[in-house]
Design a protein around this ligand. Structure first.
Ligand SMILES: [Zn+2]
Length: 178
């Protein structure tokens, strides 16, 4: 999938997260920084890498994120909206999967609670046990289906969407430069 002929702009493949190997490892490294920018925790203006839009220090001659030569790629004052949108898409997709998974976990615990209260034979039908299942089961299933499974599925889907948007952005940018 990764085109290694693209002027060495695609660094060597990394381990991959949650079973998805991004063809653009620098996007993963930039995700957190871009989320800070999206949340406006950092200044909008600055000095950004002309290739990957990482924020650069005055002393950087090579971008610490994409390893592009700063003099060759140039710098920009602001991160383009299309680029920010790619990171926001990843963030939202992942969050949606975590929340949906956690919600499913809570529903599952609630169903178990009702089943125990309504049909639990003997001590299994004791309300105290059902409440323990509701509270601890709710926590456990929310973690399992949200924080654990949901986050992995969400990461894979979100990262794919982000990477596709980045591919489209690269094509658009190269088209404009040509
Ligand atoms: Zn860069």
């Amino acid at each position: 999938m990764a085109d290694s002929s693209a002027a060495g702009k695609l660094p060597a493949a990394s381990e991959g997260v949650a079973g998805y190997l991004s063809p653009y490892p620098y996007l993963d490294r930039l995700q957190e920084k871009m989320e800070e920018r999206l949340a406006k925790k950092v200044p909008v203006k600055g000095r950004f890498c002309g290739f990957c839009y990482a924020r650069l220090r005055e002393s950087d001659t090579v971008c610490p994120f994409c390893q592009t030569d700063v003099a060759a790629a140039g710098t920009v004052e602001e991160i383009p909206q299309d680029v920010l949108r790619a990171y926001r898409t990843k963030q939202r997709t992942e969050a949606r999967w975590v929340h949906t998974g956690a919600f499913f976990g809570l529903i599952l615990a609630s169903v178990l609670f009702l089943v125990l209260v309504l049909w639990g034979p003997g001590w299994l039908g004791h309300p105290a046990l059902a409440f323990v299942v509701l509270i601890f089961g709710g926590y456990f299933f929310a973690q399992l289906f949200g924080t654990f499974l949901g986050a992995q599925i969400g990461y894979r889907r979100g990262a794919r969407q982000r990477d596709a948007l980045w591919t489209a952005w690269l094509a658009k940018r190269e088209g404009r430069a040509a």
